[in-house]
Design a protein around this ligand. Structure first.
Ligand code: 5AD
Ligand code: SF4
Length: 498
């Protein structure tokens, strides 16, 4: 699960070709503590006194001596699902290994949000055509749900296919494989349960994820998620708060609440909390200094969320609010349930907050029937919203979605052209906005370092990435004040204010 860390000024505007986080893009950009050298992770894990951090859990389970390799594609929801799957496996005595060649069990936690992501997984599976002998190969996640048993047809060497809505069945499926089962599947969507695990391996030492809502009840016409992750299920607020307290006790000070539509949260327990109630309660957990949440659906984004951010310093001043298109006509075709004007009103609420809140978004270009005028409206929306960053995508037709059947597909070259124009416009906006921040100081949670150790990197509460110099020798995991000395389109350079 290693990611790369670039201490230079780097581009965070996606080119629509890589597979950025679905609905949680910003947290994945740039530095992640997942890149710390392993000894550092281990040292910090030990310091935090939590056996769930890094490394293996010392449990002699049924599979003692067996090993697994797990590769994750896609979004932060998938990253966190993988942490839970790893916890389940380690609880059964499996040991994590770094290369698939050494593993008895090879698992891919997959993404199918765009066609490219799905192709990548099939390419990986193809690698095992002649080498799978003796290994158990499994496909988890969105592609598993989307393709189902078809995967066995395309890759007969696969023995496990399990979608995320069936993860609660994973221990049972693994047990069947351990007792000689050749092919097992978990493909039910009609579950009202969430995936609870006794042990969750935590791969990020500074930011801990908590899923508060799984699945999605919207039906955006381009999106596979309702099909692959099933209907919306919220977790009881007690369970969420207990997890937040455990994480704080383990030394985490930053928590990110996750959900495809995180702000549609509805506490299923008699308390009946709304999202904003849960947000405030998590922020009040002693030891928690930062609470992030992603992804918000504009339809469920209420003024009360902005008020909470204004009042509670622990709530990070960043909102990811995907717009998808600036044209009300296209939004209607996308079944997004809001108009351009309604969306922009919410942006105004956020901009009117007492403390500046950074706003990021997802944008799709080349949706079927998108005219030049529609596209021009998306460009003009960028000028009005003045996002701090966007994730931009070329529309990709997906099976089991209603847009799949829409006429007037936009040619691939035209989609590429629109994507380039969009990214150019956004880049100019970011350059102008970021320049104005030179000279300002921010509190940064240090989450990365250059191997030479003269440079450090970290994120502000508003999720800006700052790389900075410091005379201090060990800053990882600390909150420090950093003054911005230089601005790029997507990140900043600064110096530690001591
Ligand atoms: N084609 C292109 N982009 C898509 N997204 C979701 N489905 C598609 C698709 N079929 C984008 C949306 C969403 C982000 C996670 O991925 O912008 O917010
Ligand atoms: Fe997909 Fe729309 Fe649900 Fe987001 S809200 S997961 S885009 S269907």
């Amino acid at each position: 699960m290693a990611k790369t860390f670039d201490v230079g000024i780097e581009s965070l505007v996606s080119d629509g070709t890589r597979a950025p986080a679905e609905h949680q893009p910003v947290g994945r950009q740039g530095a992640s503590v997942g890149l710390l050298p392993l000894p550092l992770r281990a040292a910090r894990g030990a310091a935090l006194g939590d056996e769930r951090l890094g490394g293996d859990v010392g449990v002699a389970g049924i599979a003692a001596g067996k090993s697994f390799f797990l590769e994750t594609f896609g979004c932060q929801m998938n990253d966190h699902d993988s942490e839970k799957v790893a916890g389940v496996l380690q609880g059964r005595g499996y040991r994590a290994v770094d290369s698939p060649a050494q593993a008895d069990l090879v698992l891919y936690n997959t993404c199918s949000i765009r066609e490219k992501a799905a192709q990548k997984v099939f390419a990986r599976l193809g690698d095992w055509k002649t080498l799978a002998d003796g290994k158990i190969i499994g496909v988890l996640g969105c592609l598993a749900q989307q393709e189902g048993e078809e995967i066995f047809e395309r890759a007969p060497w696969v023995s496990l296919v399990c979608g995320s809505a069936s993860y609660r069945k994973l221990p049972e499926l693994i047990e069947q494989l351990e007792s000689g089962g050749r092919r097992v599947t978990g493909l039910d969507l009609d579950t009202d349960e969430t995936f609870e695990t006794e042990i969750t391996r935590r791969d990020n030492l500074l930011r801990a994820y908590i899923t508060i809502i799984e699945g999605c009840d919207y039906a955006c016409s381009y999106c596979v998620v309702p099909h692959t992750r099933g209907p919306e299920r919220s977790r009881a607020s007690d369970a969420v708060l207990a997890e937040a307290r455990r994480l704080a006790d383990a030394g985490y000070s930053e928590i990110q609440l996750l959900g495809q539509t995180v702000n549609s949260y509805r506490d299923p327990s008699p308390r009946g909390w709304k999202f904003v109630d849960l947000l405030r309660a998590v922020a009040a957990v002693p030891g928690i200094r930062r609470v992030r949440f992603t992804t918000s659906h504009p339809n469920d984004f209420h003024r009360s969320i902005v008020e909470a951010i204004d009042e509670v310093p622990e709530l990070c001043d960043h909102v990811h609010l995907p717009v998808q298109s600036g044209s009300t006509r296209v939004l209607r075709e996308m079944l997004r349930t809001y108009t351009r004007e309604e969306y922009l009103e919410k942006i105004e609420w956020i901009r009117a907050a007492r403390r500046p809140i950074s706003i990021t978004s997802d944008v799709i270009v080349g949706f079927p029937g998108e005219t030049e005028e529609d596209f021009a409206e998306t460009l003009s929306l960028l000028d009005v919203a003045r996002y701090d960053a966007i994730f931009s995508f070329k529309y990709s037709p997906r099976p089991n979605t209603s847009a799949m059947h829409l006429p007037d597909a936009i040619p691939e070259e035209e989609k590429s052209r629109r994507l380039a124009v969009l990214n150019e416009r956004q880049r100019a906006i970011q350059i102008a906005a970021n320049e104005k921040l030179v000279g300002q100081s921010y509190e940064v949670l240090v989450d990365g370092c250059h191997p030479a150790r003269t440079q450090w990197g970290g994120r502000t509460s508003c999720n800006r990435l700052i790389n900075f110099t410091s005379p201090r020798v060990n800053l990882l995991g600390e909150y420090v004040q950093v003054k911005i000395t230089r601005a790029g389109p997507n990140s900043f350079a600064g110096e530690h204010v001591t």
